[in-house]
Design a protein around this ligand. Structure first.
Ligand code: NAD
Length: 369
């Protein structure tokens, strides 16, 4: 298989779809790997490192897309890339089709086999979403701690405290991947941490594995209201699959919160679990409502592209190797996990959720293979 990895062209996207170890593995599997020149620079990977791993460096995106049979990326193709997509291309990247009609139409027109990272399903879980949740959860504490500093608008609290001065209180709404990673970081700093979740089994697990400065509490309006009053930092980390995030912190709670406390609502990409959160950018991440600092960046991993690139590609590579070995037809026929990833092919929508989102017909990928 001829595999191409273009440079990402979305604004402020510094991640890249492969790392040198991935090139090495795919070349050892017998494939030819082409990387667009400077594609890795945003993640601190030079052309020479890719070359040393066995990649060919290709001068332009046009060249790369023309020569490749399979294209591995991070973000969905943008309009400048639509004309480069062909029916004989196998694309493997994040697409998030259900939120993007123009992209869906463009890929249907191109006819490419669109395998999406976000719908790869293994034992009912979505393993290619996990790495970015791990990054965002850990980052939530890092940015929360920074915005608690006075100069950044916060109340001037050091999360870990010091001997003789009590640590800060961190309240985490949702104990899934984001929440667990946030809790680990906050606990490591020495903060008092409370995780609220509606899933009792999840709370049992967290109670078992977390250190003593982490408390688990059942999530309901009474418990949430009483905990956010004392919080220095609130992390929003809930997810209800296929739905907008539930509002767990209505605006009325803010007046009871401490002046200069901070909300980092990681769930902002699903609408957020705080009523007053709105999406912000890395360039202008925060704003204040009723004395509470709000952080609502919807692509938090973008701030740490080097870590995010390695985390993402650790998870994608095993699937990419299988897809490259089998090709799209055999992958769809023989590999149920890869079949769950294919959202569009031969001009048809092959994922029920995407078809339902747009009221378009669904076609089973198996019937096209
Ligand atoms: N902003 C970003 O850059 C960024 C990056 C990664 C993930 N996210 C988002 O973070 C959110 C969490 O992702 P995740 O991977 O941790 O999901 P997850 O499915 O692993 O965890 C979600 C948790 O929320 C819990 N939950 C559901 N309803 C609840 C309620 N009413 N009260 C308390 N807990 C409740 C669930 O039981 C589950 O444990 C998602 O919206 C995801 O899209 C954002």
């Amino acid at each position: 298989m001829r595999i191409g990895v273009p440079k990402e062209i979305k604004s402020n996207e510094n991640r890249v779809g492969i790392v040198p170890a991935g090139v090495h593995a795919l070349v050892a599997d017998g494939h030819r790997v082409m990387v667009e020149t400077t594609a890795g620079l945003g993640s601190g990977i030079s052309d020479q490192e890719f070359k040393d791993a066995g990649a060919e460096i290709v001068p332009t995106a046009k060249d790369l897309w023309a020569k490749a049979e399979m294209v591995m990326k991070v973000k969905e193709p943008l309009p400048a890339e639509y004309p480069l997509c062909r029916p004989d291309h196998t694309l493997f990247t994040y697409f998030h089709f259900a939120a993007a009609r123009e992209l869906t139409d463009a890929m249907l027109k191109a006819g490419s086999a669109c395998f999406t990272y976000e719908t790869v399903e293994v034992d009912g879980k979505l393993p290619l979403l996990v790495p970015m949740s791990e990054v965002a959860g850990r980052m939530a504490i890092q940015v929360g701690a920074a915005y608690l500093q006075k100069a950044n608008g916060g109340r001037g609290v050091l999360l870990g405290g010091v001997p003789g001065v009590e640590p800060g209180n961190v309240v985490i709404l949702g104990g899934g991947v984001v929440g667990t990673n946030a809790a680990k970081m906050a606990a490591g700093l020495g903060a008092h941490v409370t995780i609220l979740d509606i899933n009792l089994d999840r709370l049992r697990y967290l109670d078992d594995v977390m250190p003593k400065n982490v408390t688990t509490v059942h999530s309901n309006p009474v418990n949430i209201h009483s905990r956010v009053r004392y919080a220095d930092l609130v992390v929003g980390a809930v997810l209800v699959e296929g739905a907008r995030a539930p509002i767990l912190v209505p605006r009325s709670y803010l007046k009871d919160m401490k002046e200069g406390s901070v909300i980092v609502d990681v769930a902002v990409d699903q609408g957020g679990c705080c009523e007053t959160i709105k999406p912000t950018t890395h360039a202008d991440p925060c704003y204040v409502v009723d004395g509470v600092v709000h952080y609502g960046v919807a692509n938090m991993p973008g701030a740490v592209p080097r870590t995010s690139t390695y985390a993402l590609t650790n998870a994608t590579l095993p699937f990419a190797r299988r897809l490259a070995r089998l090709g799209p037809v055999e992958a769809i026929k023989k590999d149920a996990q890869l079949r769950s990833a294919v959202n569009a092919w031969k001009g048809k929508i092959t994922h029920r959720g995407v078809a339902e989102a747009f009221g378009l017909p669904f076609t089973d990928a198996l019937s096209l293979a």
